[in-house]
Design a protein around this ligand. Sequence first.
Ligand SMILES: [Zn+2]
Length: 445
Amino acid sequence: MLQRKLVLRSLSLLFAALAASAPDRAQAPAIPAANATPAKRLAIRAGHVIDGKSAKVLDNVLILIDGDKITSVTSGGSAPSGVETIDLSKFTVLPGFIDLHTHVLLNGDITAEDYDKQLLTESIPYRAILGARNARIALEHGFTTIRDLETEGAMYADVDVKQAIADGEIPGPRMQVATRAMTPTGMYPLLGYSWELKVPTGVQYVDGSDGARKAVREQVMYGADWIKYYSDRKYYFGPDAVLHSMVNFTDEEAKAIVDEAHRLGKKVAAHAIGSDGIAAALRARVDTIEHGDGLTEPLMDEMASKGTVWVPTVMVGAYVAPGRGGSWGKMVEAEKNAFQRALKRNVKIAFGTDVGGFDWREIGQAREFQYYVDYGMPPMEAIQTATSRAAAVLGWSDNLGTIEAGKWADIVAVAGDPLKDITELQRITFVMKSGIVYKNEPASR
Ligand SMILES: [Zn+2]
């Protein structure tokens, strides 16, 4: 009896706490981190501004910030008296970057051993602690927003990392999260262990259209902003020189996932590497194609006409290829080729790195920009893939992705000119998120 009373009492406390913090959590600006100064009026004097939208660079710009929002962006002028001014007059200022494909709960999976070890030897709480560290790394590298595309067996811990950041408990980017992701039974690791052992799986196994709808509802109930599923596996080059793959879900199942997600107001990202997996995901009408190495021209045209966004994650493929062997080296070439053709065929390309697929501490996410430019994308467009274009994918065009009055004050800076040398974006000297400065290093040259 006593026990029961205690439970009821703590439940009522819990509900009171939830009610107090519930309003607008998803849309709410980040509350200052414990170690940050409170939001206030600020001015930034910027030498140059790449605003995330215009084709032109603006020079000598004054950006005014009130709380978490940009209130004005003007050429020249001076800050109202008494307003603290941050001097970035020797820097190029850009909107905070958005990475549309991250895994904060993962720390490298070049080989199956790397991956299995994390799921088998690390508890989910431990992985969440590393997730908090990874979120801080992303922010320090200028990524003020991320779409985290599945926890790799860490259940709903991405929702917790997102919440801790939104509540100001830890520094990190604002997040949209996909929680567990889906494949049919047996089509995602961990695999290959004795049938006598109950091992964790990197995704939620889902079978049949009813099962698919239920899984979508369950993931949304526990906080998924996006639904992710794995459209294919086992990639191989056919005699036609096209990258093919084995498709995971039946069309009926994939359509059930997408239909149910859309009915609940959520978008769907499909991991699809081979042409068969991409074609199946497009038939199901997903919103974004992740990786997409095996894109053919007819599939590109289908994407362009349906408005499906391609998140190519180029760098991770190039990085894991030597360690994985097999078709992976040729896949990097195939993706380069596809990228170059997609540039000419109106496919919307948006920025994503798959960080977590490589160790967060080893490579900065901004190296992805370098691949886009090396593959022929103009530097200004490459920057827009991680700013205005990525914001549109997240449904946050009104809040993010450009330096304009009314937007959230997510601002980064570099010392050099990224249009001349795109690797400048790998040397971020200043990071502001929601009007709070997280990094401000003096010019090193
Ligand atoms: Zn991924």
